[in-house]
Write a protein that binds this ligand. Structure first.
Ligand SMILES: Nc1ncnc2c1ncn2[C@@H]1O[C@H](COP(=O)(O)OP(=O)(O)OP(=O)(O)O)[C@@H](O)[C@H]1O
Length: 308
């Protein structure tokens, strides 16, 4: 199966590495179905209520080097996506455009139906929640705070607390800490926590602001098996309770939980495959992505990869 015919078979019908060259912002429409061709990306009819992300022919160059090479990706309400790819494929670069940490070199980016460059992006940032394994720029500030304060700070979208905390905000933080099993750590400094405890704290922090999109960037890297499973099940339960859409970035196929509906595979700055997870997570496609023969086994609605 080629990238192109996978795109045609997928629900989104979008594939940047295939026949996306005909995409324009005026000749197509959002809400593409399986009958759409790979050129069917839309931006003239924007469904603000249902559109979460829209990447259209996004490129990004750094020091003259192409990092993203015309990426098309459309995420709509009701979908949770996993974004997978080998080291250096460009996953973090793609995601860093959502809060505008990186700016596309060319192309159209919309978040919640609002186009970058034509909207006050601080309003977008306030609607996002992040959990990342790479927090280097914030780590020293986080380390000095108690777990409870880290969680509370999520309400104000700050790292650290710079205002009087309302009693209902504190109550909500304590409630979330209970759900995420970190209540007993409330007065501990963040730096003293295990990695698993830190990730659960950051997830609670992200949920505090009731985000419209949760971005989980390799949240399980460095976690042992029980800590990983505990984290993943917490994310699953969030889906049930809060119904917050999320994007999950990982190298590990087995972290694709049942609530993830779609998968995008990035390769060398191009969207190689994307669509419904059962169409994408096949022996053929994953063997192509990894450039080695693999076999996918589905167990309890989760995919597990065996190297042949
Ligand atoms: N600060 C930087 N300066 C120069 N090049 C960078 C920088 N950050 C990333 N890159 C390059 O951009 C490319 C894409 O990197 P990116 O981190 O987006 O990939 P990734 O898919 O998230 O990788 P990984 O899975 O290893 O985290 C890589 O070739 C990387 O070397």
């Amino acid at each position: 199966m080629t990238a192109e015919n996978t795109a045609n078979a997928s629900e989104t019908g979008i594939n940047s590495s295939a026949t996306a060259t005909g995409i324009t912002s005026s000749d197509t429409e959002i809400g593409i179905t399986s009958s759409a061709t790979a050129t069917g990306i839309a931006s003239n009819t924007i469904d603000v209520d249902n559109e979460i992300l829209h990447y259209e022919k996004i490129t990004f160059r750094r020091d003259g080097r192409p990092i993203l090479k015309g990426v098309n990706w459309h995420v709509k309400r009701g979908e949770n996506w996993a974004l997978l790819g080998l080291n250096g494929a460009g996953k973090s670069t793609m995601l860093s455009m959502i809060p505008a940490y990186q700016i596309p070199t060319t192309g159209i980016l919309r978040v919640f139906g609002h186009e970058f460059g034509k909207y006050a992006w601080v309003k977008i940032k306030n609607r996002l929640g992040f959990v990342s394994s790479t927090l280097s720029q914030f780590q020293s500030t986080l380390n000095k705070q108690t777990v409870e304060d880290v969680v509370i700070s999520g309400r104000y979208n700050t790292i650290g607390i710079y205002q009087v905390v309302e009693p209902e905000v504190r109550r909500k933080a304590q409630d979330l800490m209970g759900k995420f099993q970190i209540t007993h750590l409330g007065n501990h400094h963040f730096r003293t926590l295990s990695q698993g405890e830190q990730r659960r704290t950051l997830l609670a922090r992200a949920i505090m602001s009731e985000p419209d999109l949760l971005i989980l960037d390799e949240p399980c890297s460095g976690l042992d098996l029980p800590a990983r499973e505990s984290f993943l099940h917490t994310v699953e339960s969030l889906g049930v309770e809060h119904n917050t859409p999320y994007i999950y970035v990982s190298h590990q196929i087995e972290e694709i939980m049942p609530s993830i509906t779609h998968v995008a595979l990035l390769r060398d700055g191009e969207m190689a495959y994307q669509g419904k997870k059962e169409d994408i997570l096949t022996d053929e496609i994953l063997s192509d992505l990894f450039d080695m023969p693999v076999h996918v086994v589905w167990e309890r609605d989760r995919p597990w990869v065996i190297v042949r």
